[in-house]
Structures are given as structure tokens and as C-alpha cells.
Design a protein around this ligand. Structure first.
Ligand SMILES: Nc1ncnc2c1ncn2[C@@H]1O[C@H](COP(=O)(O)OP(=O)(O)OP(=O)(O)O)[C@@H](O)[C@H]1O
Ligand SMILES: [Mg+2]
Length: 579
């Protein structure tokens, strides 16, 4: 019985399973085709086997680009002595189904890297292969030597637990394929690329790669993605990488990884890796989604740097669509692509590499709109604005200001609304709302429901607390003598009074829309605030911004609209190629 470790979403599951030949109906459903097309493909298959065997240390050695020699050594579970020969048979695998006979349905939830039982057989067809393997319970190792698929030698050999596969004279017996081999340096570079990707996908595994006797890559296996990235891409790249991560639905879809800042762009996608359940894949659309996060901040034709692992419920991914397992299909592809793009974009945004401007999606505004008490939803986290210097007014609607970290654009109406709202709420809470008496008291006609509301003493007390002074004026009217000073200004006293009554009446009807204080303050602030198109002097504007700086929450207006948007300095710099 071989021991196989499965990398599932529930962590590593180890359970015993023997190698056996798959039934024909399963074989027929396995994507057929060439498994072994290059040295890199051989290395990939052998590393996958080592990982499936739960290895913690994997050493890969090649000579002449892998054509003369490929050796992959692991400290995994090993193959039981009596299964070593079977491992080289086609469609012999220990990885499908548990306990019972494998069924075609098992292909629908693959959690190991291998599942076809093809790789060793294909490699043995294409080269001279020796394998030595020992399980922890076997006293000695088992040795086997094959050429052109035939077993030449088999026996017992002393060996450490684990497996060593040695592949020599790749394609020696297959001249057609040998002709397609490229320059050994090109093949070696491709092998290095493959080992590097595994090192990034499995930071907890120690990888060592030697080519022509020289160590080209060695990772610590400390489980830290950043330290693996430092070995694969170099320290300076690794230091600049930004954490990206998001759990879309626990156990079903999550995105994690490290992504480069926009300034770190490359002519190829060689330093961009996307894994699906830790399997490297080459689906174009995944890379396009990754790169879509950099639109507008990376020059056209250049590629970002980064590593992303998509963790999905295995039943929502089909890995059985490509002979070399390099493509996968998703049950919910759009959801996966969107999650990928958004996670990367958010990571860039959090660092100020892309403008906050787009945060203003109608959706997030709408959620907060009307009624919810303002919450700590500052796009850069709760906090105050930095010191800002007003530059001027734009289109009669916006205030432009310079901050230490970028250019700020304020909606003048929303700023004013926010300032008035805060001041009023503070005064109301302290019981110190100032009233401005009207020189000419105003008679306000009441609608039936307004009159009904004002019949209740509670409503009258609220209006008085809010700074209104009024008295009955016949059965269906009141005479307003004073209004809250904050909102007086140019606002029409009748409209102010009616707004206040409406706010109290709406709050009395209940719902999740907030307290009467909030509603009243929000409505009156909106009425009184400067409008789009109102000309403002530089002084007015600086005064508004200064008052906003002392407000407690500055990201949204009482209705939930955004008060400002920031164009980060880094964004402007990279937009002009000054990064
Ligand atoms: N390094 C290894 N350590 C332990 N067992 C191994 C190792 N390499 C191969 N095996 C055993 O040999 C079997 C056959 O390996 P092979 O790579 O041919 O098929 P597979 O991994 O099952 O499927 P696939 O063709 O998709 O890779 C495996 O199922 C596994 O039981
Ligand atoms: Mg395999």
C-alpha cells in the first residue's frame, strides 16, 4: 500500500492507497496526448509526483539542458517495493479514488497533481530511466531500470526513504522528437522556469535546482511566499511585492498572493504566475484578468510581476482538459476572473498605485445612501484628512487641493453638507443649537399629516431642540419665528421647517434609516449647502476644507456620497512615466 498525500482544501489528507490500473472507462475519459515533449515537461511530471508523495525537500539536477540527465530526488512517501514495476505501467495510479474501484466521477474532484497514471510510463518510453524508492516501512530500497519502456533490471538497493528518478538520453530512441530539442541553454532555462514556479506554489517545500553541476536555485522551504519569491525573482523584486488576498467564500473560492507595484513591469510574462489549487496553469484569460488590474498604470505591451494562487473547491475546477494538465476549466469562470482582477486591483489601490477615483462606484454609494448613520468608511481607513492647500475651483462644482500624498478633488456641495451636518449634530448632542430669529416671522401652512405630527408634544420638543421657534397659527398653520442658525443663510425658512417635520415624521415611521437627529441634520444640511455652480472664493474653499479637516469622518456625506477622491502622487508619477 502506497501512502499518498492529498492537497485538499481541508489541508493535507494522508491515506493509504495502492497503485492499480485504471478501468478502461476511466482511461477513455482522461485527456489523451503527449505527456513528455521536452526536458521541462519531464521535470514537471517528476516534481508533481514528489509533491503528491508529500515531499518536503526536492532536488532537481540536469545536464545539457536535461537531454543527457534529469534527476529528481525527493523525501516523500516512496513507492512500496512490490508496486515499483506497476508504477511504470500506463494508467497505473494510486491517486484516483479511495478504497474502492476508481470511477469516472472521481475525475471531477481531483486534489492531487497527478491522476492519469501516464507520466512514468511515458517517460520510460522516451528515455533510459532508473528509479530507486523506499518507503519508511520497507527495510531497503527497490531499484528498477528501464529502456524504451522495457524493464532491464530490478532488485533491492540500500536507499534513504523517498524516491530518486534518473532520466538519461532523453528521446534517444525517438529521433523525430529529438530533432525538436532546442539549444541546451534554452531547455535549461525552461526547466529553471518550471522549478521556480513550483517553488512559488509550494513555499513550504525546499527546492534545489542544479544545472551543469551548479546550484541555480535553492529555496528555504520556510512556508513564506515572499522568501520563495526572493529566491526565484531576486531580493529587490521580492521586497517590492504587495500582499493581495481575499476570501470570496470560505472553502469555495479564495485568492492569495503577492503582486508587484506598477513600476515593476517586464517585457514578458515570465515573472507572472497564476496557480489554481497550487497547480500552475497557462489559461490566457487568467493572465488577462491579472493584467486587467494594471490597466492604465502599466505601459501598454508590458507585463506586471506577481504570483497569485486561486484556491477553489476541487469540484468547481476541471483539470482534465489538457494532456499536460496545463489548462483548467472553471464551473464559474466569470466569478473566478472577477475575483482575481478585483483582488489585485484592491491591493494596488490600498498602496495608492491606482486612483481612489473609481472607488466611487454607484454601488457603494447607494448602499450608504439615505438614512444610514455615517460610518467609518474612509477609503484609506478611518482617520482625518492631511493638511491640504486649496488650488482652485473646477467647473464650478469641485474644489481641487494639494495634499502630501496626491491631488484631492472635493465635491463642493458634499463638503459643505458634511461640515454643516457635523456641526449641527455636535450642537444638537450638546443641547446647544443656536437659533436665528426671523425679522419677519413666516406663516407655514401644514398638510394634514404634518398637522397630525405636530399635535404630538414629542415632535414639537424635537423641533425646538433643533433650533426652531414656532407657535400655532390657526388650526392648519404655524408661525415660524426662528430657525437653526447653521442652516439659516439663504435657505427659505418654510422649506427648512417642512424638511425638519418630514425628517421627524420619517424617523417616527421607523425602518433602518437612522435616528431623527441624523435625518434632520442630513436633510437640512443638504438644503443649505452650496450647490454645484455656486462660485466660491479661494477663502471660502480653504475655510470649507479646513473645517472638514476637523470633522471626524471625512469620506462620505451624510447621504453616503463620497466627499473627495484622491489621485495619489504615485499614480500621477507612473501615469507620466516618472515612477
Ligand atoms: N516520487 C514518487 N514518490 C512516491 N510515489 C510515486 C512517485 N512517483 C510516482 N509514484 C507512484 O507511481 C504512480 C505512477 O506515477 P505517474 O506519474 O506515472 O502517474 P500519476 O502521478 O498517478 O498520474 P499522472 O500521469 O497524472 O502524473 C503514482 O500514482 C504514485 O503512486
Ligand atoms: Mg505523476
Amino acid at each position: 500500500m502506497g501512502l499518498v498525500r492529498l492537497y485538499g482544501r481541508h489541508g493535507d489528507i494522508i491515506f493509504p492507497m495502492g497503485i492499480r490500473i485504471l478501468p478502461p472507462e476511466v482511461v477513455a475519459r482522461i485527456a489523451a496526448g503527449e505527456v513528455v515533449t521536452s526536458p521541462a515537461a519531464v521535470v514537471k511530471e517528476l516534481i508533481e509526483n514528489a509533491l503528491d508523495a508529500g515531499a518536503t525537500r526536492i532536488e532537481v539536477e540536469i545536464r545539457r539542458g536535461g537531454v543527457d540527465l534529469i534527476r529528481v530526488k525527493d523525501d516523500g512517501t516512496g513507492i512500496p517495493a512490490d508496486e515499483v514495476r506497476l508504477a511504470f505501467q500506463r494508467h497505473a495510479t494510486s491517486k484516483l479514488a479511495v478504497g474502492s474501484r476508481p470511477t469516472a466521477a472521481d475525475l471531477g474532484r481531483i486534489v492531487t497533481l497527478g491522476f492519469r497514471g501516464e507520466a512514468l510510463a511515458a517517460i520510460a518510453q522516451a528515455a533510459d530511466v532508473t528509479l530507486i524508492s523506499r518507503t519508511r516501512s520497507d527495510p531497503a530500497g527497490r531499484f528498477i531500470r528501464l529502456a524504451a519502456g522495457n524493464v532491464l533490471e530490478e532488485g533491492s538497493r540500500p536507499a534513504a526513504p523517498g524516491t530518486v528518478v534518473t532520466v538519461r538520453n532523453l528521446f534517444a530512441h525517438l529521433p523525430a522528437r529529438r530533432r525538436f530539442l532546442r539549444d541546451p541553454r534554452v531547455e535549461a532555462a525552461e526547466v529553471a522556469q518550471v522549478v521556480g514556479r513550483f517553488a512559488l506554489a509550494y513555499p513550504e517545500v525546499e527546492f534545489k535546482f542544479l544545472s551543469e553541476g551548479r546550484v541555480r536555485l535553492q529555496t528555504a522551504g520556510d512556508g513564506q511566499l515572499r522568501s520563495a519569491a526572493a529566491e526565484v525573482w531576486g531580493d529587490s523584486v521580492a521586497r517590492q511585492l504587495i500582499e493581495a488576498g481575499r476570501v470570496v467564500e470560505p472553502g469555495r473560492l479564495a485568492v492569495t498572493g503577492l503582486v508587484g507595484p506598477p513600476a515593476l513591469h517586464r517585457p514578458t510574462r515570465n515573472e507572472l504566475a497564476v496557480f489554481v489549487n497550487r497547480r500552475w496553469v497557462q489559461n490566457r484569460r487568467l493572465y488577462a484578468a491579472f493584467e486587467a488590474a494594471y490597466v492604465g498604470v502599466i505601459p501598454a505591451g508590458r507585463h506586471p510581476v506577481g504570483v497569485i494562487n486561486l484556491l477553489l473547491d476541487p469540484s468547481e475546477v476541471d483539470v482534465n482538459v489538457h494532456p499536460a494538465k496545463l489548462e483548467v476549466r472553471f464551473v464559474y469562470e466569470n466569478e473566478v476572473l472577477t475575483a482575481l482582477r478585483q483582488t489585485v486591483r484592491e491591493a494596488l489601490k490600498a498602496q495608492g498605485y491606482v486612483p481612489d477615483l473609481e472607488l466611487a462606484g454607484a454601488a457603494d454609494g447607494a448602499q450608504l445612501a439615505f438614512g444610514l448613520e455615517p460610518a467609518a468608511s474612509h477609503p484609506d481607513g478611518p482617520g482625518r484628512l492631511p493638511r491640504l492647500r486649496v488650488i482652485g475651483q473646477f467647473e464650478g462644482k469641485f474644489i481641487l487641493a494639494e495634499g502630501p500624498d496626491g491631488l484631492y478633488v472635493f465635491d463642493q456641495h458634499v463638503v459643505h453638507e458634511r461640515v454643516l451636518y457635523d456641526a449641527f449634530r455636535r450642537a444638537l448632542a450638546a443641547g446647544q443649537v443656536e437659533t436665528q430669529g426671523l425679522l419677519d416671522p413666516v406663516a407655514v401652512e401644514l398638510a394634514v399629516h404634518e398637522a397630525a405630527l405636530l399635535a404630538a408634544p414629542d415632535a414639537r420638543l424635537k423641533l425646538e431642540a433643533a433650533g426652531f421657534i414656532f407657535e400655532n397659527f390657526g388650526p392648519d398653520a404655524v408661525l415660524v419665528r426662528g430657525v437653526p442658525a447653521l442652516f439659516a443663510g439663504s435657505a427659505d425658512p418654510t422649506a427648512l421647517f417642512k424638511e425638519a417635520v418630514a425628517a421627524i415624521s420619517a424617523a417616527a415611521e421607523g425602518g433602518a434609516a437612522g435616528s431623527w437627529e441624523h435625518r434632520l441634520a442630513a436633510r437640512l444640511a443638504c438644503r443649505r449647502a452650496v450647490k454645484a455652480g455656486d462660485p466660491l472664493t479661494e477663502r471660502d474653499m480653504q475655510d470649507l476644507i479646513d473645517r472638514l479637516e476637523s470633522a471626524e469622518l471625512v469620506s462620505t456625506c451624510p447621504h453616503g456620497r463620497h466627499i473627495f477622491r484622491r489621485l495619489p502622487s504615485q499614480y500621477l508619477a507612473s501615469a507620466f512615466g516618472r515612477a
